[in-house]
Design a protein around this ligand. Structure first.
Ligand SMILES: [Zn+2]
Ligand SMILES: [Zn+2]
Length: 349
C-alpha cells in the first residue's frame, strides 16, 4: 500500500510502498477514504509530548482521524463485516478494563493511539485493534470526509463542551480558534451558549463568528480577561482552552466568573513541558473548577453522529481543503507557521 512515514523528527516524511496490514483475531483492517492531518500528528513529528509518554517509536505512519470501509476482519470479530462504513475515536480502547466498563473508554487503562502506538491512517489501509469495541458505524448521510473531520479535533471539542457543563445562555470563552477551538465554538453555539472566541489571528476570528461566536477578542490587541469580563458582564461561566500554551491557560482561568469552570483540552508545547503555574488562590476564593477533557468517549458517538447526520452540527464546515498523501509535508510546514485555517484532509491516496 501507499503510505507516508515519519522516519526522523523534524525531517521530511517519506512517501513509500509498505505491506498491507493484516488483521489479528480481534482486529479489522479499514480502507482509508479520508484522513485528517491533525496538529497531534505534527507534534509527533516535532518530537513533542515525551513528558506524557506520547513519543512514537520511529519509523511510523502517522494519522488518527479517518473514515473508510472495512476490508478484512479477524476470526473473533462479530459486529462488523467487510463493506461496513466506519470511523473510530483516535483513542483505541481495550473494552474490558474498569474505565471501559464504566463508560469512559477515552481513559482506557490499555489505550493506544493510531499513528503513535502502531501505524496510523496516512496510508491506503489501517489496522483497528479490538474492532468490535472501537469501530463506529457511520450513518448513511455521513460520508468518509465528514468522519475524518470528526475523528479527533471535532469530537474533542464536542466532549470539551460536555465537560464544561455548558448550558443554554452560558457565556463560554474559547481560547484558540484552530481546529479544536472552532469545533468547540460550533458545538457550544449549537447548544445555545453565547460564545466569545479568542485568538491572535483576525482571519481565524472571522471564521469563529461564522461558526457561531457572538463576540471575538484579538489577544494581540486586548487584555483578554478584561475584555471577556466586559463582554460577558463579569466573566465567562465556562472557559475552554483549545491551545495549551501558558498564556491561553491563564487567560481562560482569569476570564471566569465566580463558580466558573475551566476546561483544559489543549496539551502543552515544549515551552511548558506539561507544567503551568495557575492562580490557585483565585480557584479557592472564586470556587473555580479546573477539569481536563480527553477525546470523546465511544458511547458519546451516538449523540454526536445523530446531530451531524441531522445537519445540526457541521464538522465539514471546518474542512479547509482536500489534499493528497504526498502533500503531508507541505501541510506540516504550514502548521509550523500556524498557517492552516481549518482541517486539511487527505482524500487522494
Ligand atoms: Zn480499557
Ligand atoms: Zn488529532
Amino acid at each position: 500500500m501507499k503510505a507516508v512515514r515519519i522516519v526522523a523528527t523534524r525531517q521530511p516524511l517519506v512517501f513509500e510502498d509498505l505491506p498491507d496490514p493484516t488483521p489479528g483475531p480481534d482486529d479489522a483492517v479499514v480502507r482509508v477514504q479520508a484522513t485528517g492531518i491533525c496538529r497531534s500528528d505534527w507534534h509527533a513529528w516535532m518530537g513533542d509530548w515525551t513528558w506524557i509518554g506520547l513519543a512514537p517509536t520511529l519509523p511510523i505512519v502517522p494519522g488518527h482521524e479517518f473514515g473508510g470501509e472495512v476490508v478484512a476482519v479477524g476470526a473473533n470479530v462479530r459486529e462488523f463485516a467487510v463493506g461496513d462504513r466506519v470511523t473510530v475515536p483516535f483513542h483505541n480502547a481495550c473494552g474490558h478494563c474498569a474505565y471501559c466498563r464504566a463508560g469512559s473508554p477515552n481513559l482506557c487503562a490499555n489505550t493506544g493511539i493510531y499513528g503513535f502506538s502502531w501505524d496510523g491512517s496516512f496510508a491506503e489501509y489501517v489496522r483497528v485493534p479490538h474492532a468490535d469495541f472501537n469501530l463506529i458505524r457511520l450513518p448513511d448521510t455521513v460520508d468518509a470526509l465528514t468522519a475524518a473531520a470528526m475523528g479527533c479535533r471535532y469530537m474533542t471539542g464536542y466532549h470539551g463542551v460536555m465537560r464544561g457543563g455548558v448550558r443554554p445562555g452560558h457565556w463560554v470563552a474559547v481560547q484558540g480558534a484552530g481546529g479544536v477551538g472552532l469545533s468547540a465554538i460550533q458545538v457550544a453555539a449549537a447548544v445555545g451558549a453565547q460564545v466569545v472566541a479568542v485568538d491572535i489571528d483576525d482571519a481565524k476570528l472571522d471564521k469563529a463568528r461564522e461558526e457561531g461566536a457572538v463576540a471575538v477578542v484579538n489577544a494581540r490587541r486586548a487584555n483578554v480577561p478584561e475584555a471577556v469580563r466586559e463582554i460577558t458582564g463579569g466573566g465567562a461561566h465556562v472557559g475552554i482552552d483549545a491551545l495549551g500554551i501558558r498564556e491561553t491557560i491563564l487567560n481562560s482561568i482569569l476570564s471566569l466568573r465566580k463558580g466558573g469552570r475551566h476546561v483544559q483540552i489543549g496539551l502543552t508545547t515544549a515551552a511548558e513541558g506539561g507544567m503551568v503555574a495557575v492562580p490557585i488562590d483565585a480557584v479557592t476564593a472564586m470556587e473555580l473548577e479546573i477539569v481536563g477533557s480527553l477525546g470523546n468517549p465511544h458511547p458519546a458517538y451516538d449523540g454526536l453522529l445523530s446531530l451531524v447526520a441531522a445537519g445540526r452540527l457541521r464538522p465539514r464546515n471546518l474542512v479547509e481543503r482536500e489534499v493528497g498523501l504526498e502533500d503531508v509535508n507541505a501541510v506540516f510546514a504550514a502548521m509550523t507557521e500556524f498557517q492552516t485555517r481549518g482541517f486539511n484532509v487527505v482524500t487522494r491516496f
